[in-house]
Design a protein around this ligand. Structure first.
Ligand code: GLA
Length: 387
């Protein structure tokens, strides 16, 4: 669903709900480096991609809510008077946005919404953030709420934290809302200051290898790790009162109190502190076009995610390790929260075919799966296509 993605969503809306919706495109995201640093108020380097969710949204004159998820064929009906989490997961991404808008004092009206797209679900491209940001963006326009992109990203994150129950950081929503073509975003997750870093090289491709392990039941593992990071911060702060988050800590400080930390808490903290530093050195490498150094940092991130933060699975390790001997691969690592989804690989464009040829037997023989390899391009953030 690419060019015709918008057509399909519009047609479904017209059939179920009526003639004149607003149409929004909201992209998924990749992250070059900086994993699990966002909720520790550190640095990340994500960008929006050319896979998106399209949403057709119309306001109603009553308080009804009618949602249609095209890709799984499901429908939801509810009311603005009863906004509470439901067992089916996807309506919660929309209900959470309504709940947050209401809490900001924005006067709501009933909503019809049909959506669908080509951001693979559970694949680590953050289809949930794309959906949240797209819905919030569309309603912001329709209701004249006057929120800017950063506020929309924050609203999406709060909705995911408070309504969906994942204590995620701001990275996914920020990248979806503020992405730009041919650029990644170096974002400081503490004060949300950001710079766009050009990444428009024709000679390097961003390649995703889907492990086809769908991320499920990851909420508790994600939240547990976030709590472990907070436990580490509390201990560090007893010795170094200036430390408010792991972003403020050095490896020396973490080492100095190692005996006082639960071993798992120590591993989480050591990973996050190193990863945050790695984002900065990797960005410096990018600035001097040293893609080899950037790629080496990606492999280090994978090691840290596998053994320190402990969010990898054997399939992701196999996909990353296999690339080490493939010519033209600069770096590879698992991307996103972990426990499944994709690896991200930087591959020299003239080695792309060889990359496919080398990975196919890895998929077939070691994972028992058909290859699922996507080349993606950096794209613009959430946008209103028609109103
Ligand atoms: C998920 C979360 C993000 C971020 C990543 C890991 O995608 O939604 O906030 O923490 O995991 O970097």
């Amino acid at each position: 669903m690419t060019e015709s993605g918008s057509e399909r969503v519009l047609a479904a809306f017209r059939k179920s709900f009526g003639p004149k919706p607003a149409l929004v495109r909201s992209p998924g995201r990749v992250n070059l480096i900086g994993e699990h640093t966002d909720h520790n108020l550190g640095f990340v380097l994500p960008g929006a991609v050319d896979r998106a969710i399209w949403l057709a949204i119309g306001l109603r004159d009553d308080r009804k809510l009618r949602f249609h998820a095209l890709d799984n064929g499901e429908h939801f009906e509810g009311s603005l008077d009863e906004i509470r989490a439901v067992p089916a997961q996807w309506p919660n991404y929309l209900l959470g946005i309504l709940s947050e808008l209401a809490q900001r004092g924005i006067e709501l009206r009933g909503v019809d919404c049909a959506f669908g797209g080509d951001v693979p679900i559970g694949c680590g491209l953050s289809s949930s953030a794309a959906l949240e940001c797209g819905f919030a963006f569309g309603l912001n326009e329709l209701l004249g709420a006057g929120l800017d992109r950063v506020e929309i990203a924050k609203l999406g994150q709060r909705s995911e934290n408070r309504f969906v129950g994942v204590n995620c950081g701001i990275m996914d929503q920020f990248a979806s809302c503020l992405g730009q073509e041919k650029r990644v975003i170096r974002l400081d997750c503490r004060d949300l200051s950001y710079v766009y870093v050009p990444f428009e090289r024709d000679d390097i491709s961003i390649v995703l290898c889907d492990s086809q392990v769908r991320r499920q039941l990851t909420t508790s593992a994600y939240n547990l790790r976030r709590a472990q990071c907070e436990e580490g911060v509390a201990k560090l702060a007893q010795h170094y009162p200036e430390i408010r988050s792991l972003r403020d800590a050095t490896l020396l400080q973490v080492e100095a109190i190692r005996d006082e930390l639960d071993p798992a808490v120590y591993r989480r903290c050591a990973y996050v502190v190193a990863e945050n530093q790695r984002v900065l050195t990797a960005c410096a490498a990018l600035e001097r076009s040293d893609l080899a150094a950037f790629g080496a940092a990606m492999y280090e991130t994978h090691e840290g995610l596998a053994h320190g933060y402990e969010v990898s699975v054997p399939e992701l390790d196999i996909l990353v390790d296999a690339t080490r001997s493939i010519p033209g691969v600069l770096g590879a690592r698992l991307m996103g929260g972990g426990f499944g989804g994709c690896t991200i690989n930087l591959v020299e464009a003239d080695h792309l075919e060889a990359f496919h040829a080398a990975m196919a037997p890895v998929y077939r023989e070691r994972l028992g799966k058909e290859p699922m390899i996507h080349v993606c391009k950096l794209a613009g953030g959430t946008e209103l296509l028609a109103y």
